[in-house]
Design a protein around this ligand. Structure first.
Ligand code: ADP
Length: 454
């Protein structure tokens, strides 16, 4: 690659925060291109123009009208990701007129399949219409997976598309986009030049039956082209030195101030106010994946307080509320989505619990470390890649007694070896979980793609 020619990347996805966001995918599609631009790449994004998107708020302008493709016509609109120079293209068509981004919770109902099939079909002709010829098209999850196949089968003979390579990122292997004849997730896996998922360990785990969600054979076939790149976190939003949502700001150099947040948290939750007792936090969607089956009465024999924040499956919400009722002085269950309380828990806890059965990347453990809160995790997926014994604690076997034992050991260090504890906290706070780091990893894959013969 010549030094003075910018690498051109088109990132195609169903979401891009804050313009169109439902979950973590939207955050990635906003943070990654901004970090790529800092590395001097020409990174652009393409999403559908959903009815819910505010045209005025995001200053979205019509750039190309009535592009005729296979007997239908679309309009192309453009804006930038807020506070950046990253162009975002939006495809306008009746298909996307409805307000919501996904029509079902699982985001892969029949209406979604139709919508994203259409979106995928419009992407390549749109590029030609605006004469943007990327080196790489970076596809994300099943919604844009058909692009890889279209490029390979239909468009490769056209000179405009000949050199374009594809990277397919798997954010959520569980939602696959299944039609009568096709599995879009599998299409992406089989037809892209390179594939990655959101942590190195998860990239290996999904080759097994246990974690492969039925696609392990396809993934194994592409093993040599499958990589793992950790997501970053928003290190400005999650910063104990400047966070407006916590009681008192602090840094690794002034860790003693962290305790003011613990006091506030205990006060707010109605737990006994005692700065010396260990406080264990958990913030999560309350779903099977997150390891909530390992939480039971026995854990409450340990000398610590707990706060769990989350919403999700009824069964787990009720399980936690029951514990809170039984152990009033020790266990607080907060069944809601609450960003402010989440920040206070990250800042005010001593230990952050993530006993997940599987975890593609996991953000909670990284956020906790940034706040000097030692993570205690099950060593799986991104948790295994981010938590070692210099920064926290982990266990391997998915078992309640093993979790109990690990927390017991953790508490022994907390109460008896304050210097070692402080060093753990400082080590965690010094980790670099920024998107700049992740973007460099993506750049490596892009360069590998660009330089590959096919
Ligand atoms: P997942 O993407 O599987 O839900 P992650 O650990 O990758 O899990 O990201 C979850 C993010 O959502 C974290 O930033 C966590 O703090 C936040 N979060 C989850 N539940 C809640 C809640 N009830 N209130 C506030 N924030 C929450």
């Amino acid at each position: 690659m010549s030094k003075n020619k910018k690498l051109k990347i088109l990132i195609a996805a169903a979401e891009a925060a804050p313009i169109a966001k439902v979950g973590g995918l939207g955050d990635v599609i906003s943070a990654l291109p901004k970090a790529l631009v800092k590395l001097n790449l020409d990174a652009r994004v393409i999403i559908p123009f959903y009815g819910a998107i505010d045209k005025n708020k995001y200053k979205i302008k019509l750039i190309k009208q009535n592009i005729k493709i296979n007997g239908t016509a679309i309009n192309l609109w453009q804006t930038n990701l807020p506070d950046s120079t990253v162009p975002v293209y939006l495809i306008e068509h009746n298909f996307f007129q409805k307000k919501e981004i996904y029509s079902t919770m699982l985001a892969d109902g029949p209406a979604d399949i139709k919508k994203f099939t259409f979106f995928s079909r419009m992407i390549l002709p749109s590029l030609e219409a605006i004469n943007f010829q990327p080196d790489i098209i970076h596809l994300n999850d099943w919604h844009t997976a058909p692009v890889a196949q279209l490029l390979k089968i239909k468009y490769k003979t056209k000179s405009f598309f000949k050199q374009i390579k594809t990277l397919y990122t798997i954010h959520n292997l569980a939602n696959q986009g299944i039609t009568k004849t096709e599995n879009y997730m599998a299409t992406g896996i089989l037809n892209s030049n390179l594939i990655n998922t959101v942590s190195p360990t998860y990239a290996k785990e999904i080759l097994t039956k246990e974690y492969g969600a039925g696609l392990e054979k396809f993934l194994t076939k592409r093993k040599k082209q499958l990589f793992g790149i950790l997501n970053g976190i928003d290190t400005d939003f999650f910063n104990p030195q400047t966070d407006k949502l916590i009681k008192l700001n602090y840094s690794a150099e002034a860790l003693e101030k962290k305790v003011a947040n613990k006091a506030q948290l205990q006060r707010q939750l109605g737990l006994p106010q005692n700065k010396n007792i260990a406080l264990v936090g958990l913030i999560s969607r309350l779903v099977w994946q997150k390891g909530l089956d390992l939480i039971n009465d026995k854990l409450l024999e340990l000398n610590c307080q707990f706060v769990f924040l989350g919403t999700g499956q009824k069964k787990y919400e009720e399980q936690l509320l029951k514990l809170a009722k039984k152990f009033l002085q020790q266990f607080s269950a907060q069944i809601k989505f609450d960003e402010k309380l989440a920040h206070l828990i990250y800042a005010g806890s001593d230990i952050f619990l993530m006993p997940s059965y599987f975890e593609p990347c996991g953000l909670g453990q990284m956020i906790a470390m940034r706040y000097g809160t030692a993570p205690l995790v099950r060593a799986t997926g991104g948790l295994a890649d981010t938590v070692n014994d210099k920064v926290g604690f982990s266990f391997k076997k998915y078992s309640a007694p093993i979790l109990y034992k690990t927390l017991d050991k953790t508490l022994t260090i907390f109460y008896n070896q304050p210097q070692i504890w402080r060093q753990l906290q400082i080590n965690g706070m010094k980790q670099n979980f920024s998107w700049d780091k992740s973007a460099k990893e993506y750049l490596k894959l892009y360069i590998q793609l660009k330089n590959s013969a096919d």
